[in-house]
Design a protein around this ligand. Structure first.
Ligand code: C2E
Ligand code: MG
Ligand code: MG
Ligand code: MG
Length: 275
């Protein structure tokens, strides 16, 4: 086949693309119905406080359990959901689900846990996002101060939007705001100082090679120093090894999450981890 490039190669290539596109359309059609068919699940990944070594809460992450395709990870379906516009109802679903769960844990006598939910760029820029969050908090009775919303740099950097007003609006509800995957986007420091955030989450890609990469060591220590000087809390994502933990603690990082403590797990397993 290598011999027949040119026309034949091109035909092969475009056939492949068509196949991929068809697959995406089919997957998209399935995804649109995932909420109503009750195929979405929430898993919780513990967040640990460096100062005490205790789990203080969790990030809620979405899973799609398809009856015939099995468990599908968000890196495969979240970008698709964004593209076809069903991320908004899906995002509301996980927010409501997480607040309900948080309320149930309080009612069961557990100490107040911080629960973080990811907001997609689309969701964040809906005109009524503050109302949506307020309604869900009211409806579920989950205390606003226990809820944290994670936004990405790309969501904050969308031009022509009232980003800062939106952030202030959410903050007024009493929820905390975290900047997710920090360092992977293009947010400028000039903007960062105007954003009323509570926390920066250092992306896993910067954490992976510490302490062995000098560059990443310097980057992470600079991020932590900068975040602290701006009075943001700092959480390190993707901690898998003791050596990473030791370094991050020494650098003054506040919190971490990662496979070192636990992969994201269903609600009952998360509660078992607290004990
Ligand atoms: P994220 O918000 O940065 O979430 C952290 C991701 O890193 C999770 O992947 C988590 O399982 C993974 N992770 C945490 N610790 C480790 C570690 O030690 N090692 C490794 N290899 N991975 C680790 P997950 O659940 O596959 O989610 C991927 C991304 O999909 C999330 O990244 C987030 O951007 C998006 N996502 C997931 N759930 C939702 C959701 O409900 N709404 C929205 N808008 N996005 C979501
Ligand atoms: Mg996140
Ligand atoms: Mg992240
Ligand atoms: Mg990440």
């Amino acid at each position: 086949r290598a011999k027949q490039k040119g026309r034949a190669g091109f035909a092969l290539f475009s056939e492949d693309l068509t196949h991929q596109a068809t697959e995406r359309i089919q997957l998209g059609n399935r995804l649109r119905r995932a909420v109503e068919l009750d195929e979405l699940r929430v898993v919780y990944q513990p967040q640990v406080d460096f100062a005490t070594g205790k789990i203080i809460g969790a990030e809620a992450l979405m899973r799609w359990e398809s009856p015939d395709m099995g468990s599908i990870v968000p890196t495969r379906f979240i970008p698709l959901a964004e593209e076809i516009g069903c991320i908004v109802p899906m995002g509301e679903w996980i927010l409501r689900q997480t607040c309900q769960q948080g309320r149930a844990w309080l009612d069961a006598g557990l100490p107040p846990l911080s629960l973080s939910v990811n907001l997609s760029a689309h969701q964040f820029h809906q005109a009524d996002i503050c109302q949506v969050v307020a309604d869900i908090l009211h409806e579920t009775g989950f205390p606003a101060e226990q809820l944290e919303l994670e936004v990405t740099e790309s969501a904050l950097m969308q031009p022509g939007n009232q980003t800062i007003e939106l952030l202030h609006g959410l903050r007024k509800l009493g929820v905390r705001l975290a900047l997710d995957d920090f360092g992977t986007g293009y947010s400028s420091l000039a903007y960062l100082k105007h954003f009323p955030l509570h926390m920066l989450k250092i992306d896993k890609s910067f954490v992976d090679d510490i302490p062995h990469s000098d560059k990443d060591m310097r980057l992470v220590s600079t991020i932590i120093f900068m975040a602290r000087s701006m009075e943001f809390k700092v959480l390190a994502e993707g901690v898998e090894r003791q050596e990473q933990l030791d370094v991050l603690k020494g650098l003054g990082c506040d919190l971490y999450q990662g496979f070192f403590t636990s992969i994201p797990v269903p609600a009952d397993e998360f509660i078992a981890l607290l004990k």
